[in-house]
Design a protein around this ligand. Sequence first.
Ligand code: BG6
Length: 493
Amino acid sequence: MSFTNKFTWGGATAANQYEGGYNEGGKGLNAVDVLTNGSATEPRKVTWKKSNGETGATPLVWGQDFKLPDGAVPTLLDGYYYPSHQGTDFYHHYKEDIKLMSEMGFDVFRLSMNWSRILPNGDDKKANEEGLEFYDKVFDECAKYGIEPLVTLSHYETPLSLITRFGGWKDRHLIDAFVHYADIVMNHYKGKVRYWLTFNEINAMDMAPYMGGGLIDGSEQNRAQGAHNQFVASAKVVKLAHEIDTNNRVGQMLAYSAYYPYTCDPKDQLKVMEVKQDMLFYSDVQTGGRYPDYRLKKYERDGIKLNDNPEDYELIAKYPADFLSFSCYTSNVLTTHEADAKASGNVTAGGVKNPYLESNAWGWATDPDVLRIALNDLWDRYHKPLWVVENGLGSADTLEKDGSVHDDYRINYLRSQIKSMRDAVTLDGVDLMGYTTWSAIDLVSNGTGEMKKRYGFVYVDRDDRGNGTLKRYPKDSFYWYKKVIDSNGEDLD
Ligand code: BG6
């Protein structure tokens, strides 16, 4: 009872949290480059400036309305700390890091390409050669160790210039800009990369519209248009990818959470149904190929009008994603009743604390069955190959004097998750392509901008203010994961 021989193991990262080198090699700024650090209790902020010289910083709270003041555009300001600028410096450590990944036995390394490293303004005619060269070196290094790259084209990295000039993904100009960018990189890296993801956690458009869509006004109208524009862009990129290389496979990337009703009151079940609709709307369109009726009805009720044309829907139907990848860290409990202790989670935040599960210091519950539930749900709905491309435990690790890190809590978490995933494959027959944990190496937390919330198999010496040597230290989980990969998921002890 095991994974198939084709099953792939690895780890995931994102440029805005990992790469650093934010102003090196001709790179332009992106959405996250103007996002400050935060903490479990303090939200990250987008810093901005108005044409009259007024400046400020607006908090970005997941799941809440986001809008910059009228006339404000995101910009870098003195006196703020921006963690993406250095990340954990993959830009200068890529050789060492990819070697460490190969020591663990990675088949796959998921990384995102910084769109503004290739096209500094997001829609420049010509690519920035230095940017192309950087990823050439990265992919060559991967090839040296037989590691397959899985490339996210945009992991919350909308180029800042597209935000200031067009207001982000609400404008159809971004469809053309994104397809142009994909055209450049898919041609340039032909033969080096064959697995692509379009937008990280595409449903972040609703829960974190600045992250997901570079929207500085996250109104429902703008979110709906932003999502529509990304669906059309995705379909065009699937078409293009297949034309460029028949080996190319383009996946959707969805933020998935299992939702449980807190009581057996049917009203709680209805709430679960509605929250799941908000999540699965994104895969119904991008993977399923059509707008679901429940969403169209909602748009009708809310007076949302899309700037669309019939060709959009033909493209969406004809070029759905080749596979469905997703992130899944936790589950959420929903209720229409009064309940105490609030729980939290990444973009799938909300709900109340699950009395049957333990939570980490940031309030995310550890659910040993969530991946089996997620995989069955998505497999039954779409019957397309699935890929778990993010799953992991954020924790404050301790670097011991001898350079070791004893993260048995992370090993326990990952063990439970792999078992759950294995059940979905062996007991339920789900078609699962692979598993890339979050994260391969320590990097900046997306939600809080902290370094303290670590996910990697390798500790990086850097703190919440950017101090530290950036030296790498394999954790206990590094050696454990190596054993897991060596045994294709058999040896989880
Ligand atoms: C996912 C994102 O939502 O969760 C990652 O795709 C992110 O970018 C990960 O890092 C973990 O969330 P956080 O907030 O703990 O970094």
